[in-house]
Ligand binder design. Sequence first.
Ligand code: CP
Ligand code: NVA
Length: 305
Amino acid sequence: MKKDLTKMLDLSQQDVLDILNLADQMKYNLKHGREHAVLRGKTLAMIFQKASTRTRVSFETGMYQLGGQALFLSANDLQIGRGEPVEDTARVLSRYVDGVMIRTFAQAEVESLAQWASIPVINGLTDFAHPCQVLADLMTIREHLSALEGVKLAYIGDGNNMCNSLIVGGLTCGLAVSAAVPAGYDPAPEVLEFAVRYGDAFTLTRDPKEAATDADVLVTDVWASMGMEGEAEARRMAFRGFQINAGLMDLARPKAIVLHCLPAHRGEEITAEVFEAHAGEIFDEAENRLHAQKAVMALLMDGEQ
Ligand code: CP
Ligand code: NVA
């Protein structure tokens, strides 16, 4: 495995399976009160340029459960917010802590932090990628469907960080991925370049019905991501019809599951009815952030693993 987790493209299929297997074990250990404090005495710095509920709480709690501690660092309070270069921040943090999680806008900032830091850097969401969420999603799919290979995943909505990471993570793990995205909101070019290598296993369509047909997993995300609030109205127009609703669910496999990284906007990308009917899966998915990230931290931050 690489030193850092900056995007799903960093991970091989075996890397993902190693993370998911350890995550399953971490979940079991936690539920059965078994000792798993493999990061005793270690510290994770968490830099946030954007809001968060799940990412902050799951990393902070996860670090505590692994025997270490986490520092919440709002970018507004760090010198980075006043222009201190990321390469200096990386080298300073490397002298104090054992790992850094960062949530920010530009993927290049995370890549640069990773390049200059001697400690592992974990991407807690950028405009381009959300790898921790997609690891939790893959864990949840495996829990509910007992398989990854051959599963059909339909993504409906914006070609954003979630869509990019689901395409790469899904194809890497042997899923068939169909993304229904309106024109003008496509996934990132490097993601489409990667997906092309998987032939028929990947489809990009403008028709949510085509994507949802025979799907085992339906996934969506907000129409306007953090930082795009100014475009919300234009996006509401552009994404009309790109909603997971009862009509779309009728086209999917009868036992299809629904995932949403949250927060959700009921009545926009998903109806309240479908959301509540699939709340079991959606909140398992939220819970699995904790277990998947503990596995990532244990694998990246514990020199002995
Ligand atoms: N899904 C997710 O990353 O949630 P937060 O924005 O609350 O961290
Ligand atoms: N695409 C969303 C995901 C939130 C977890 C955003 O970037 O705001």
